[in-house]
Ligand binder design. Structure first.
Ligand code: CAA
Length: 388
């Protein structure tokens, strides 16, 4: 009977996926994580390993040349990679973020072309929504796209673009009708090689140093008409729908980095002796690790429940995506900070991985919408009566 009662249990297939990606992380991704952070360099070894094993953009449907991982399988991949190195987890996560508008709204031709290239590992996909004056207020777009003959011409600046410069493909939100605010925004695919595309210097960040964050400039970038994603004026809707699904991948990063920090701290406190015994035997520390494990498990369950909503497209997905992201990222910050505390002075040095995990965790409270924006999103859903 128990085997036939799947509620809150991973299927055998999902368990296999977790095992497979963990093996890759242990062998290829975790050993490079400290150097990637120290040198603030793109984790090329993780990139190559993910391409080789088809975990580079696992969400791409089989119809477009991908492996067709469902939302939960994609979460498991990102969680496991983040447990080893959050910077590397941004490869599959941002490939989903960048390409999902195409999957949601794009024409069959656009999907075949760009999802196919992504699935084949020909290039990463980035998401260009934020601008210097359009952060939380995402509808305040200044980038312009103007029709010109049989194409579009783009001008503007995007800021905080993850994997900018590394990525070959970019989903770009741009104003096509400024009078209409959010209903005047359209989405386009722009390639790195398009004339007039250039990049700012990499930002000097607190964490996720292996994932380049740069400005992207569009200077009279001319693209063919068929690079518009879906309908003109629907770009903001595609962008928001995308975030409903991908905020869950940020929750997955948060769960992963928190688990990585707890795993390391558990081993450490069993080894470290003070007052003649392992410090794990002191109840004050036992209470700390118990709280850490409890919070991680609550965050994980909410994240997996949200992934289920994403896969089914339930009406309460918007609430669950925001809730999972906000809850799990707060847990990640608490747990990684406690892991540093458990290691004491050693935890505060770069000789141990937990300070990197604490620095990497911080961004999960900020990107894909700050946790304050998530609360706006959740409150609007509750007030509209949309929650299970
Ligand atoms: N699904 C479908 N449609 C949606 C939607 C959703 N989840 N959310 C909004 N819309 C629609 C609305 O229905 C509305 O259309 P109607 O008028 O027809 O109803 C339209 O979009 C405008 O919506 P709002 O009036 O709610 O828009 P707003 O200006 O009040 O903004 C907001 C709402 C929630 C604050 C939004 O701006 C937001 O999410 N801000 C945060 C932006 C963000 O998350 N940025 C992350 C950048 S990406 C990044 O960080 C990733 C990275 O690099 C790793």
């Amino acid at each position: 009977m128990s085997a036939e009662y799947p509620l809150f249990a991973l299927s055998e297939e999902h368990q296999e996926i977790r095992k497979a990606i963990r093996e890759i992380c242990d062998a290829k991704i975790a050993p490079a994580a400290a150097a990637v952070d120290e040198e603030a360099r793109y984790p090329q070894e993780a990139h190559d390993a993910l391409v080789e094993t088809e975990f580079f953009a696992p969400h791409v449907p089989e119809a477009y040349g991908g492996v067709g991982a469902d939302a939960l399988a994609t979460v498991l991949v990102i969680e496991e990679v983040a447990r080893a190195d959050v910077s590397a987890s941004l490869i599959p996560a941002v490939n989903k973020l960048g390409s999902l508008p195409v999957q949601i709204g794009g024409s069959e031709e656009l999907k075949k072309k760009y999802l196919g290239k992504l699935a084949a590992g020909e290039g990463n996909f980035s998401y260009c929504l934020s601008e210097p004056d359009a952060g939380s207020d995402a509808a305040n777009q200044k980038t312009r796209a103007v029709r010109d003959g049989d194409g579009w011409v783009l001008n503007g600046v995007k800021r905080w673009i993850t994997n900018a410069g590394v990525s070959e493909y970019y989903t770009v939100l741009a104003m096509t009708d400024p009078e209409k605010r959010s209903k005047g925004i359209s989405a386009f695919v722009v390639e790195k090689s398009d004339e007039g595309v250039s990049f700012g210097a990499p930002e000097k960040k607190l964490g996720i140093k292996g994932s380049p964050t740069r400005e992207v400039y569009f200077d009279n970038v001319r693209i063919p008409a068929d690079r518009i994603i879906g309908e003109e004026g629907k770009g903001f809707t595609y962008a928001m729908q995308t975030l409903d699904h991908t905020r869950i991948t940020i929750a997955a990063q948060a769960v992963g980095v928190a688990q990585g920090a707890l795993d390391y701290a558990l081993e450490y406190i069993k080894e470290r002796k003070q007052f003649g015994k392992p410090i794990a035997e002191f109840q004050g520390l036992e209470f700390m690790v118990a709280d850490m494990g409890m919070k991680i498990e609550a965050a994980r369950q909410l994240t997996y429940a949200a992934a289920g909503r994403s896969e089914r497209g339930d009406k309460d997905l918007t609430f669950f995506g925001a809730a999972a992201k906000a809850f799990a990222s707060d847990v990640a910050m608490q747990v990684t900070t406690d892991a540093v505390q458990l290691l004491g002075g050693y935890g505060f040095t770069r000789d141990y991985p937990v300070e990197r995990m604490m620095r990497d965790a911080k961004i999960t409270q900020i990107y894909e919408g700050t946790n304050q924006v998530q609360r706006i999103v959740m409150a609007r859903q509750l007030l509209a009566g949309i929650q299970s």
